[in-house]
Design a binder for this molecule. Sequence first.
Ligand code: 7RM
Length: 512
Amino acid sequence: MGMIPELAIAVLACARIGAIHSVVFGGFSAQSIADRLYDAQAEYIITCDGAFRGAKDIPLKSVIDDALIGNKTVKRVIVCTRTRTPVSMIKGRDVWWEDEIKKIETLGMIDCPAEEMDAEDPLFILYTSGSTGKPKGVVHACAGYMIYTNYTFINVFQYQPGDIFFCTADIGWITGHSYIVYGPLSAGATTLMFEGVPTWPDAGRFWDIIDKYNVNILYTAPTAIRSLMGFGLKPLQGKKLDSLKVLGTVGEPINEEAWHWYDEHIGKRKCPIVDTWWQTETGGILISNLAGITPSKPSWATLPMPGVEPLLVDENGKELTGDGEISGNLCIKAPWPSIIRTTYGDHERCKKNYFSTYPNLYFTGDGALRDEHGNYRITGRVDDVLNVSGHRIGTAEVENAINMHAGVVESAVVGYPHDIKGQGIYAYVIYNGSHGDEALRRSDILQTVSRIIGPIAKPDRIQFVSGLPKTRSGKIMRRILRKIAEGETDNLGDTSTLLDPGVVEEIKNGKL
Ligand code: 7RM
């Protein structure tokens, strides 16, 4: 579904009757949806005819129809009217949301008592990317998740009754689950839902919404701040923004320039900024300052929430201690209420992914710094997961999609610093087909990735190469490819274990 109230209603309706929901972001391809439907063995789909996204209409129902080809588990598709784009409705399978609501009303079945659930019963599955090709279904449990999103919502943002809260995320991601739906609504807050993009009809859209609805707390992502920053101060002309009390950021490290712009031009230097670090797997915020209570430090998430015990370890899992600034892999020592319960259908994978890199610790996949006061600064992923515009994408996932293209022999995907997206996707591709020229091959590969995963996973750069740097045992040396993509070609480190060091020269010379 798009970002309409019926989406929040559908999510809460599932929770009320004890059904497990799995919200899928509207930008995923039919193939990605089909994979998730299969993994979850889903029986019911709730969708819309379409969704508005800036000047575009996204044909959601038609994507669902494609995703359902060959599906054997789905019994019903409930379609909510939004864009009035023509849709195909299959007899016996597809029904209109509005018709079903009317039936319930005429039957006088307006009262729907809540199903009593066990604290540990699953509440939802949310698919997220990891370092392997297949996205995993992160499972959250009823009690712990709701309690912790409520607790962090109230305390991090210092929510006061009556405040209007605006989180700009999409409900298809964990931020939308926790801080548009469950956290604010369980606290009785007014949560504002926005359908569209921040730059349409112009780059003043967020600021207009804030003034129109007297938003008190704004929660958004660094990528949005950087993108709006790029439009200069003109879109801010005539905007009051005087209802704002607290600003928040999430999803990726915030650079100091964006932090100061946010502080100065949006918060007018009177709104504390909370830099909230957390993950799909953590369910809610684990490291953040508390608005107006604990100090902020530009580009630092600062301190753990009460009860949360982070630590830094070296590659061997040895805890790092020391008085000055130290750097290591971020782990958590003890569980918190909304910790991931399992990866759906594969508990071993959950244990292996999060709890066996370092025995007896939860490993986040992030690297971090800690200063002498115990403040944390998250520096980014240390595994093969990219963070593109705050979206998590696995390099293996993108490689698999590129490799589906008929002309592609092999590929390697790495991230590189991108001014607005935070990270861009850089793909090295060995191509063996004869169709078209380089430009056409590039667009064909992009089209393939769009079809397999969705437009969010399209590489920003594709470099055609004749070989990839591999060790004698056949492993791609991503460290080298990452450095080249970052433009650090002078200091590639040790290349002596490479099967064919010559290939590095060629790749360096062809860098885009
Ligand atoms: C909430 C969310 C998780 C990854 C995580 C980090 C990165 C998130 C921050 C951050 C620096 C932050 N869930 N990340 N918040 N990095 N500062 N405040 O984004 O599962 O989609 O992504 O996002 O790398 O591991 S997520």
